[in-house]
Design a protein around this ligand. Structure first.
Ligand code: NAD
Length: 301
């Protein structure tokens, strides 16, 4: 049985996820680095805490949804962090996408306090977070998984325990490889077709009905066609995720040649000042290389 739920990290994903938990009747204690985001939720009935430590002191389960490994490490093990307040028997559920190595380190620290940790990164983006239809890949013991399952069921439609602590992050890295490479492939296809004079909307329409049809292209369709790259999922976060995939690949002796190329493309986007745009902005790099911007009228640069 889950009592009070703590929620730390109320960004693009965390805020709607926290809202869904409140909507399902959970009592929430929230914290975010920029205070306004926590205040917004406290107006809707959550309790705003002054530090991650306070969140942990007041909750049976603490969920974190933060950008990257350094932020999760700071919130868990830093000054006034979760480790300073977590009670014996409590659970920490990190739903951020971070390094599996850092996950295992933090799980060991949490274990020293008599508490336990699950890693539960997600896929499905902002729409999945808002609608409560995320795909959640969970690493941790079966017993801890069953205890938090009612929370996962509020946040997602597909909830799978994939192995022990850290394995959720490994599977998320696999997910991020597929998403990045599909965005890149769709970008190449759209720029070629458009420069050859075909309307890219027609290309997506007909590809979607055949073997090349896929969810990523469907989800990113309006970003591509409207050239609107408001995130969504930020380029710099996806760059971080391919970094995680490539270091896991190195550790396990696996060559990921195309992932490495797309990682470099994301690096170039960050250097160009596009780190805050949606990851579908990979399209703009392919457009630059072709000196052609896609559009129904096939306008060249
Ligand atoms: P975001 O940057 O919108 O949100 C992160 C939040 O954490 C912000 O509100 C920020 O203020 C807060 N924060 C940062 N450092 C903090 C600290 N030290 N203490 C307290 N709060 C702090 O990011 P997001 O898009 O919500 O992504 C969160 C995680 O989910 C990332 O790991 C990302 O890779 C993953 N993810 C994102 C998406 C997506 O589509 N956006 C999809 C799947 C997974």
């Amino acid at each position: 049985m889950v009592g009070k739920v703590g929620f730390i990290g109320l960004g693009i994903m965390g805020k709607p996820m926290a809202r869904n938990l409140m909507g399902a009747g959970y009592e929430l204690v929230v914290y975010n680095r920029s205070r306004e985001k926590a205040d917004e939720l406290s107006e809707e009935g959550a309790t705003a805490a002054a530090s991650p430590r306070e969140v942990a002191e007041q909750s049976d389960v603490v969920v974190t949804m933060l950008p990257d490994s350094p932020e999760v490490r700071e919130v868990v093990a830093g000054e006034n962090g979760i480790l300073d307040g977590i009670e014996e028997g409590s659970l920490l559920v990190d739903m951020s996408t971070i390094s599996p190595v850092v996950t295992e380190e933090l799980a060991a620290e949490v274990g020293k306090k008599g508490a336990r940790m699950l890693d539960a990164p997600v896929s499905g983006g902002e729409p999945g977070a808002v609608e409560g239809t995320l795909s959640i890949m969970v690493g941790g013991s079966e017993e801890d998984f069953e205890r938090v399952k009612p929370i996962f069921d509020v946040l997602g439609d597909t909830v799978v325990r994939v192995g022990e602590v850290g394995s959720g992050q490994v599977v998320k890295a696999c997910n991020q490889i597929v998403v990045a490479l599909v965005i890149e492939a769709a970008s190449e296809a759209l720029v070629l077709g458009s420069k050859a004079g075909v309307d890219p909307a027609k290309i997506i329409e007909v590809l979607s009905g055949g073997l090349a049809g896929n969810k990523v292209m469907e989800a990113k369709k309006s970003f591509f066609l409207e050239h609107d790259f408001d995130p969504g999922f930020r380029v710099e976060l996806h760059h971080k995720d391919l970094g995680i995939a490539l270091s896991a690949a190195r550790e396990y002796g696996v060559a990921l040649p195309v992932t490495a190329i797309v990682d470099q493309m994301l690096e170039a986007l960050v250097a160009k000042g596009s780190g805050d745009r949606d990851h579908s902005a990979i399209l703009t790099l392919i457009e630059d290389l072709a000196q052609h911007k896609i559009g129904p009228e096939s306008t060249s640069h």
